[in-house]
Design a protein around this ligand. Structure first.
Ligand SMILES: Cc1cc2nc3c(=O)[nH]c(=O)nc-3n(C[C@H](O)[C@H](O)[C@H](O)COP(=O)(O)OP(=O)(O)OC[C@H]3O[C@@H](n4cnc5c(N)ncnc54)[C@H](O)[C@@H]3O)c2cc1C
Length: 390
């Protein structure tokens, strides 16, 4: 039976990042992915590499600082995959977040981002409003402009996995994890590769199965403790038309939640929503009510989308956030990653951000390294360039 230092379940951004970080430290690592790289949440995000301006509202300053640091690093390591975009926040007479709040929030964002050029912001002169892709200027009071990153989440995941494979990691796909026995000395891991049962041994098992994390834990012996989480679905729609100036950060007229209107592959993408989800993660689908909410928001700010001919949705997709169970809206719930060590040789990744995948992976390695054999470090993930997969 093959023996690895690490077996990782999940070929999303976290599984890829952990494989890269482990291989960079010289460990042997096998990744099991049941369908395709980034086939889960990691291809259904808002595709932003950002600090998360709105997380300042819920006081998540540490998360914002860390994400801004990772944003700066990814802009250097993956210039063909992560690009800075101008972001615009329009303020109308009835916008809930008032100019002084936005100014304070953007100033704090700049401080947390180290005050470099990419964290500068300003208000647009009135004469520039006409260039804003047809944004409604009726009762517009001002427009803030700042910078954040945009990526192709699935391409980024493939690039990180490619880097891991170049460092010696192995990927088995399609391979569905079916169970594991975890003992004091190591783990026996079972999976079905192309439907054929297979097993391997690993010193440590890392569960990076995204919204399936607790389904994976259900299959492990002895039964590990699980964290109580809620799955919250987020939908994006894609409509025809062009947005050329950058990304618009607007308040949904219905409930004042933040929604992005952004250019995406020559079309316009709008998202996202927050809807509690209780079914099989594989079956998540955009709901009619979510599509209406996003179309309504788009038409509210961009009058050309008020005509029925312009309101056709070309496609839509939904992904699942893994949030700690709790009271209150999903909007205010913590978005940082929880690393849960239920058994000595098992580590589970709950939640997290695409933006922070690298630092999350490094943290995973710090947690498990003492249980792994000594290996020779071959690379540092802070230095590894990421190229779009050919
Ligand atoms: C709507 C939405 C918008 C978001 N927007 C942003 C954003 O703009 N910026 C940002 O930084 N973050 C964003 N996020 C967060 C980010 O997308 C996620 O944190 C990240 O993609 C999660 O990656 P993951 O690897 O943990 O999970 P996933 O990408 O879901 O990967 C888990 C993988 O595990 C595999 N798997 C599951 N069970 C098994 C099994 N038994 N055997 C083998 N494989 C298995 C699945 O097939 C899947 O590929 C967003 C999230 C959502 C939901």
């Amino acid at each position: 039976m093959m023996k690895y230092d690490l077996a990782v379940i999940g070929g999303g951004i976290h599984g890829a990042g952990i494989a890269q970080a482990a291989a960079a430290r010289g460990f042997s690592v096998l990744v099991l992915e049941q369908s395709g790289l980034a086939s889960g949440t990691s291809s259904r995000s808002s595709k932003l590499i950002h600090g998360g301006l709105r997380y300042l509202e819920s006081g998540q300053f540490g998360l914002v600082r860390e994400c801004l640091q990772e944003r700066a690093l990814l802009l250097k390591l993956a210039p063909d995959l992560v690009r800075l975009q101008p972001f615009y926040i329009p303020v109308y007479h009835n916008t809930t977040r008032r100019p002084w709040q936005l100014r304070a929030g953007l100033s704090l964002y700049a401080v947390l981002g180290g005050m470099d050029k990419s964290t500068h912001f300003h208000t647009l002169p009135r004469r520039a409003w006409a260039n804003l892709d047809g944004l409604d200027t009726t009762r517009l009071q001002g427009v803030f402009q700042y910078w954040d990153g945009q990526t192709d989440d699935a391409a980024l995941t493939r690039a990180v996995m490619h880097s891991a494979l170049e460092l010696g990691a192995q990927l088995s796909m399609p391979s569905t994890f079916t169970g594991a026995e975890i003992g004091a000395q190591g783990c026996t891991v079972h999976y079905a590769h192309n439907g054929q049962p297979q097993s391997c041994e690993a010193s440590i098992l890392v569960n990076a199965a995204g919204p399936w994390v607790n389904h994976v834990l259900d299959k492990i012996t002895p039964a590990p403790a699980q964290l109580q989480v809620e799955l919250v679905q987020g939908t994006h729609i894609i409509v025809s038309g062009k947005i050329t100036q950058g990304i618009y950060y607007v308040e949904a007229p219905r409930d004042q939640r933040a929604v992005f209107v952004m250019p995406w592959q020559g079309k316009v993408m709008v998202g996202t929503t927050e809807t509690a989800y209780h079914c099989d993660p594989a079956s998540v689908q955009p709901l009619p009510g979510e599509k209406d909410y996003l179309l309504e928001t788009l038409a509210h700010y961009f009058p050309r989308y008020r005509s029925p001919q312009q309101r056709e949705i070309l496609s839509a997709f939904a992904g699942l956030r893994v949030l700690p169970s709790g009271t209150g809206t999903a909007f205010g719930r913590p978005r940082d990653t929880t690393l849960h060590a239920a058994l000595p040789r098992l580590l589970t990744v709950y939640g997290g951000k695409l933006t922070a995948y690298r630092v999350t992976a490094e943290r995973v390695m710090q947690k498990i390294e003492s249980a792994l054999p000594q290996r020779k470090i071959i690379a540092n993930t802070r230095m590894l360039k990421l190229n779009p997969p050919g």
